[in-house]
Design a protein around this ligand. Structure first.
Ligand code: CA
Length: 370
């Protein structure tokens, strides 16, 4: 050791600078540890294992978060029933039993009527419109406000796109044909069917086919060509109706326990938000591409007949749907607030779509051969 260094060491000892420097190192350490600390979360979903796009979407989301954070935040995925029953997800995350959940907000109508507007409402916005409402029209802020009393933070993270109107054993030529019809159709769509004289039936996915085949059901809706083909509905019902007026663009959600989310460093919160937004783009793209392929198979291979609800039928259903939404909105103040904001936004983008997307689709539809 050189004479100069010895002197420097003595000087540091005398002045106590070593102690100061040492304390500085100790103070700095927790900051370093906090920024690299690993966070292991659990995410529970409302869908069965291997359900295409629904459950594979949850797995993809978890994978993306891990990649985006270089493994600093991991989400262990549990399908419905593996840790929590499907419809227990909201409460489990709300209470902090697990940190995250995946579902569709209309599942939680019993907790909050307002929640229903953030998934899909009959004759409401399509996928593009919902994204516009969330990201550019104040919709996400209203959704956060709606979930805040439950200590939850919601994010849109997928969309099924426009669904199909359902499978029917007889042709539907007017709204009167719904009278006495036993149809599996949950939620708000079910309420509309009931008001026009039908009998909405609630059945889990796995029981629909048998009920339809045995005539316990006259009709069922489910999702779109990809999922409906997998269920084999074409073997039990002849007519496949469009459009899915009751679910014009169903939003799928992830939601986080607010306390857990707020404890994360900002960069990890951003990773969750970014992964959700990116998953949202991916899922709609997959639904569109895969539904397109499945529809072709249904028509060409399985000889399914596509039918369109008439304008008059849709107009009648629309009238009734507006009444249903009015009733749902009157259940609490937040629902009323969301209902009004949604309508205002839909009127605005609807007027724009009427002179843009609608005109274009009508033009292009004439040139598309199935
Ligand atoms: Ca559906």
């Amino acid at each position: 050791m050189s004479q100069k260094n010895i002197k420097r060491r003595d000087f540091l000892k005398k002045t106590g600078a070593v102690t100061v420097a040492g304390a500085g190192a100790v103070i700095a350490a927790p900051n370093v540890m906090a920024s690299t600390r690993k966070h292991r979360w659990k995410i529970v979903s409302t869908w069965p294992p291997n359900s295409p796009l629904f459950q594979t979407g949850v797995e993809r989301f978890a994978k993306r978060v891990k990649e985006l954070t270089s493994g600093q935040l991991t989400l262990q995925v549990f399908a419905a029933g593996e840790l929590i029953p499907a419809f227990g997800a909201f409460e489990a995350v709300s209470k902090g039993m697990v940190q995250a959940g995946a579902g569709a907000s209309y599942y939680w109508a019993g907790k909050s009527s307002a929640a229903q507007w953030f998934s899909s409402v009959p004759f409401g916005l399509n996928a593009q419109g919902m994204n516009s409402w969330f990201y550019a029209g104040g919709g996400l802020k209203l959704w956060e406000e709606t979930y805040a009393p439950f200590n939850l933070i919601p994010r849109p993270y997928g969309n099924t796109g426009l669904q199909m109107g359902g499978w029917f054993n007889k042709e539907i030529t007017s709204v009167d044909d719904f009278k006495g019809l036993k149809m599996r159709i949950p939620g708000l769509g079910g309420k509309v069917i009931k008001k026009v004289g039908g009998t909405p039936v609630l059945l889990p996915g796995g029981e629909i086919f048998t009920a339809l085949e045995r005539g316990v059901l006259d009709a069922t809706e489910f999702v779109g060509p990809l999922h409906d083909m997998r269920m084999g509905f074409y073997k039990a019902a002849k007519y496949y109706y469009t459009p899915g007026w009751h679910e014009p663009g169903t939003v799928l959600e992830v939601f986080f326990n607010k306390t857990a989310y707020e404890k994360l460093p900002k960069s990890l919160q951003l990773a969750l938000d970014t992964a959700a937004a990116e998953n949202n783009i991916w899922m709609l793209a997959e639904f569109d591409a895969q539904n397109g392929n499945a529809l072709r198979t249904l028509i060409n291979k399985h000889k399914v007949q596509i039918r369109h609800f008439s304008d008059e039928t849709l107009s009648e259903l629309h009238k009734v749907a507006l009444e249903v939404m009015q009733e749902e909105a009157s259940k609490d103040d937040q629902a009323q607030k969301v209902h009004q904001a949604f309508n205002k936004f839909q009127d605005r983008v609807g007027a724009w779509s009427a002179v843009s997307e609608k005109v274009y689709h009508q033009l292009i539809a004439k040139k598309v051969a199935l």
